[in-house]
Ligand binder design. Structure first.
Ligand SMILES: Nc1ncnc2c1ncn2[C@@H]1O[C@H](COP(=O)(O)OP(=O)(O)OP(=O)(O)O)[C@@H](O)[C@H]1O
Length: 699
C-alpha cells in the first residue's frame, strides 16, 4: 500500500485488511483483464489489460489534517482532453445504439484504438460542443411509489406525470365542506415516475456530467425533498455509479496519466461539520487569507477500486444514521456531502503533489420540511430549523446566481454554501433532484418541494419551462404566482415614482421602511408544519374584490408594518371608505405606486455589500414566509367564524342585522390580512429585484 501525504492508520484497520483481500480477489479473478462492478454486484470486463489498475491496486491513501479545498489550481492538459473526447464520443454513440456495459467496454476499446488523428480532431470539436450542451443547471423530479403505510391509510396517489409535465391533484374543501380538486401543473427538465430505476436516475442526472470533471468542471448533485420522500434512496447509489465511470475513464481512457481519485464524506448538522469517515469527528471550516475555504481535519481517502468506494459510502451512511446524536430523526436534519475528487500532479507522476482537476459532490439535503421547524417549542429544534431554512434559501440563491452567470455568488449565506464554495466558481454543473411522495397526505410538502424546484429552474435565464406550456392552461402552481406578479409590480414602480423620501438607508430605501420591524411572530400559535396555505389562498382569491371597513386589529397590524406617512394616509382614507368596493388589489397598487423605485446605481453609491445584504434578504424571506403562515392560520380562524355564522344564519328566527354586521367584520378582517401580506410581499419582491439588478450589474 502506498501512502501519500500524512498517513494515519485509521480506526478501521481491520477493514483495510479485509479490503485488501477483496482487492486481491479482484485481481486474481480478472487476471489480465480490468474488472468493474455494476450496481448489482456483477463483474463486467473490459477487453484491455489495465496496467494502472494493477499498479494502483493496493492504493488506499489517507490524507488528513488540513484539507484545502481551493488552494490547488485545477488543470487540464491537452492530451487528456483528446483522450477524454475520444471516450465521450464513443461512449455516447455506443450507448445510443443500445450496447450494454460489457459490450460497451469492448467496443469502446476497439473503436478508440482505431481512431485516427483526424478523427480525433473532429471528435474534439464535436465533444466540446457536446460538453457545452450539458445544461449548467438541471432540475429533475423523482416520484416514489406509495409506501405500505400510505396504502394502509388509504391515501391516494395525487401525482400524474406526462413526459416532463407533472400535475398535483390536491383535494380541498370549500367553506360549505364540499370537496373539490385543485390542479397544480409544473414542468421540469425531467420527471421520473415511480417505476424508474436508480440506474435510469443515474443516466438522467449524473452520468452526463461525469466526463466533464476531467475538464476542470466541478459538478454538484443535490437531492431535495421532505423526510421520507426518497432522497437517500435516490442519492446513495449515485456516487458508486459515478465512481465506476470515473475509474473506468481513469484506468482506460486516461491510463498511465497519473490521475488519482479521492473520496471524503461529511455532514453538516446544526451548522456544524462532522467527518462521516472518521467517527463523526468534529471539523472546522476556516477561510484563509485568499478567502478560500478549508475544512480542517477532514480525511480524504485515495481510492482505486469501486469496492473500496462502496465500503466507504456504506460506512459513512451508517455513521450518519447511527451516529452519537441519534438515528433517522437526525439524518433528516442534516446535510450529508460526499465528494469525489480527481487529482493529478503537474507531470502526471506521484513525485509531485497532486492538484485538483475536477470534483463531483453529492448532497443529501436535510428534509425540506425541517426548515419550517423555526416555530417549534424546543429551542434546539428552532435553531436547527433556522439553519436548514437558511441553507436551503442560500443554496437556491447560489444556484440561481450560477445559472445567470453572475459574477458574485452569494455563498456566504450559509455553512452549506460556504463549504460548497469551490463548486460554485469556475466551470460548474448542478443537478437538483427533487424527491416527492405521491400521497395525498403529503400534498402540502410535495407542493413546497415542487415550488422550490420551480423557483430554482424558473428564475434561471435559460428557463424554457413556462414557454413550453400550452397557453390555455395555467402553467404555474395555481396558488402562488411569483413570476408574473414581479413583472406587474416592476411596471407599476417604474411608471410612477412620485414618492421620494429625503432620508434613505443603504439599500436606498426610505429610512422609515428600514425601521420596519418583523411581523409579530406568534410562536406558540403557529404549528410546526405549514398548514392550509392553499386553503387561505383560495379564499383570498374569492375575496379580492371586496373591501369593507378595517377592524381595529387590522389597523394595529398596519402599524407594525411600519408604513410611511403617505401610506398611512392612504390607509386611513381607505379605512373610512367603509362600503367602498375598491378592490384590495387596486388599493395595494396605489400604495405601491407611491414608493420610489430605487435603481442599482443607488446601491453602489451606498456601498452595498452583497453578502451582508443577502443575509438581510434571506431574513426577509423568512419573515415573509412566517407572516404568510400566520396569515393562513388567521384565515382558518376566520373561515371557522364564517362557517359558524352560516350555521347561525340557517337557524330559524336569526337576526339579519346581526348577520350583516358580523359578515362585514369578517370580510374586512380577511381583506386586511390579504392586504397586509400583499404589502409585505411587494416590499420583498422589490428588494429582491434591486438585489438582483445590483448583482447582475457586475458587483
Ligand atoms: N423510488 C423509490 N422506490 C422504492 N422505494 C423508495 C423509493 N424512494 C424511497 N423509497 C423508500 O422510502 C423510504 C424513505 O426513503 P428515504 O430514506 O430515501 O427518504 P429520505 O427522503 O432520505 O428521508 P430522510 O430525509 O428522513 O432521510 C425508504 O424505505 C426507501 O426505501
Amino acid at each position: 500500500m502506498s501512502v501519500v501525504g500524512k498517513r494515519q492508520m485509521p480506526r478501521f484497520s481491520s477493514t483495510v485488511h479485509h479490503q485488501r483481500q477483496s482487492s486481491d480477489n479482484v485481481i486474481l479473478d480478472s487476471s489480465s483483464h480490468g474488472r468493474w462492478f455494476n450496481s448489482s454486484g456483477f463483474a463486467q470486463e473490459f477487453g484491455t489489460r489495465s496496467s494502472s489498475l494493477r499498479k494502483n491496486d493496493d492504493d488506499r491513501v489517507w490524507t488528513s489534517g488540513l484539507l484545502d479545498l481551493h488552494s490547488f489550481d485545477t488543470e487540464l492538459l491537452p492530451e487528456m482532453y483528446d483522450a477524454h473526447n475520444d471516450y465521450l464520443s464513443n461512449h455516447t454513440l455506443l450507448r445510443g445504439q443500445g450496447f450494454d456495459e460489457f459490450e460497451l467496454g469492448n467496443k469502446f476499446a476497439q473503436s478508440s484504438r482505431s481512431l485516427t488523428d483526424s478523427n480525433l480532431i473532429k471528435s474534439v470539436t464535436t465533444d466540446k460542443e457536446r460538453a457545452n450542451n450539458v445544461a449548467k443547471i438541471k432540475v429533475v423530479v423523482r416520484k416514489r411509489p406509495l409506501n405500505k403505510k400510505e396504502i394502509a391509510k388509504k391515501e391516494e396517489d395525487i401525482i400524474t406525470i406526462d413526459s416532463n409535465f407533472l400535475t398535483v391533484h390536491e383535494r380541498k374543501l370549500k367553506v360549505d365542506l364540499t370537496e373539490y380538486v385543485e390542479k397544480h401543473e409544473f414542468v421540469f427538465d425531467a420527471v421520473l415516475k415511480e417505476d424508474v430505476s436508480n440506474d435510469e436516475v443515474y443516466a438522467e442526472t449524473v452520468e452526463p456530467v461525469v466526463p466533464l470533471i476531467f475538464q476542470r468542471t466541478k459538478a454538484t448533485c443535490f437531492a431535495y425533498g421532505q423526510t421520507g420522500s426518497g432522497k437517500t434512496y435516490t442519492m446513495q447509489p449515485l456516487p458508486l455509479k459515478a465512481s465506476q465511470d470515473i475509474l473506468r475513464l481513469m484506468h482506460h481512457t486516461y491510463r498511465n496519466q497519473g490521475f488519482q481519485l479521492f473520496v471524503s464524506f461529511f455532514e453538516i448538522y446544526g451548522g456544524k461539520l462532522f467527518d462521516l469517515l472518521n467517527d463523526r469527528k468534529k471539523l472546522c471550516m476556516r477561510e484563509d487569507g485568499k478567502q478560500q475555504v478549508c475544512i480542517v481535519g477532514l480525511q480524504e481517502y485515495r481510492v482505486s477500486k469501486v469496492e473500496t468506494i462502496k465500503e466507504f459510502i456504506e460506512r459513512g451512511n451508517a455513521t450518519r444514521s447511527t451516529g452519537t446524536t441519534g438515528a433517522n430523526e437526525e439524518s433528516s436534519r442534516s446535510h450529508a456531502i460526499l465528494q469525489l475528487c480527481i487529482k493529478r500532479s503537474a507531470d502526471g507522476t506521484e513525485s509531485k503533489p497532486a492538484r485538483i482537476v475536477g470534483k463531483l459532490s453529492f448532497i443529501d439535503l436535510a428534509g425540506s420540511e425541517r426548515g419550517a421547524d423555526t416555530t417549534d417549542n424546543d429551542k434546539q429544534t428552532r435553531i436547527e430549523g433556522a439553519e436548514i431554512n437558511k441553507s436551503l434559501l442560500a443554496l437556491k440563491e447560489c444556484i440561481r446566481a450560477l445559472d445567470n452567470d453572475q459574477g458574485h455568488i452569494p455563498f456566504r449565506g450559509s455553512k452549506l454554501t460556504e463549504v460548497l464554495r469551490d463548486s460554485f466558481v469556475g466551470d460548474s454543473r448542478t443537478v437538483m433532484i427533487s424527491c416527492i411522495s405521491p400521497s395525498s397526505g403529503s400534498s402540502e410538502h410535495t407542493l413546497n418541494t415542487l415550488r422550490y424546484a420551480d423557483r430554482v429552474k424558473g428564475l434561471s435565464k435559460g428557463n424554457s419551462s413556462r414557454r413550453d406550456l400550452p397557453s390555455s392552461s395555467n402553467p404555474r402552481d395555481s396558488t402562488v404566482l411569483p413570476g408574473p406578479s414581479v413583472v406587474s409590480h416592476e411596471a407599476t414602480f417604474e411608471d410612477e415614482t412620485t414618492y421620494v423620501s429625503s432620508e434613505r438607508n443603504r439599500f436606498g430605501w426610505p429610512k422609515q421602511l428600514e425601521r420596519e420591524p418583523s411581523p409579530p411572530n406568534n410562536v406558540d400559535r403557529v404549528p410546526s408544519t405549514r398548514m392550509g396555505g392553499n386553503l387561505a389562498s383560495s379564499y383570498s382569491d374569492s375575496q379580492k374584490g371586496q373591501r369593507g371597513s378595517q377592524s381595529d386589529r387590522a389597523g394595529n397590524e398596519f402599524d407594525y408594518l411600519g408604513l410611511t406617512n403617505e401610506q398611512d394616509r392612504m390607509r386611513k382614507t381607505s379605512k373610512r371608505a367603509d362600503n367602498n368596493q375598491l378592490s384590495a388589489v387596486e388599493e395595494k397598487r396605489k400604495i405601491e405606486s407611491r414608493i420610489k423605485h430605487v435603481d442599482a446605481s443607488h446601491f453602489a453609491a451606498n456601498h452595498f455589500d452583497p453578502d451582508d445584504d443577502l443575509n438581510a434578504l434571506l431574513k426577509e424571506e423568512e419573515d415573509l414566509v412566517t407572516a404568510h403562515r400566520r396569515q393562513v392560520e388567521e384565515t382558518i380562524d376566520i373561515v371557522r367564524e364564517e362557517m359558524n355564522l352560516l350555521v347561525e344564519a340557517d337557524q330559524p328566527g336569526n337576526q339579519l342585522d346581526d348577520y350583516i354586521s358580523k359578515l362585514n367584520t369578517i370580510l374586512s378582517q380577511k381583506a386586511a390580512g390579504i392586504f397586509q401580506l400583499q404589502t409585505q410581499l411587494a416590499q420583498f419582491q422589490r428588494r429582491l429585484n434591486e438585489y438582483n439588478v445590483f448583482i447582475s450589474s457586475g458587483n
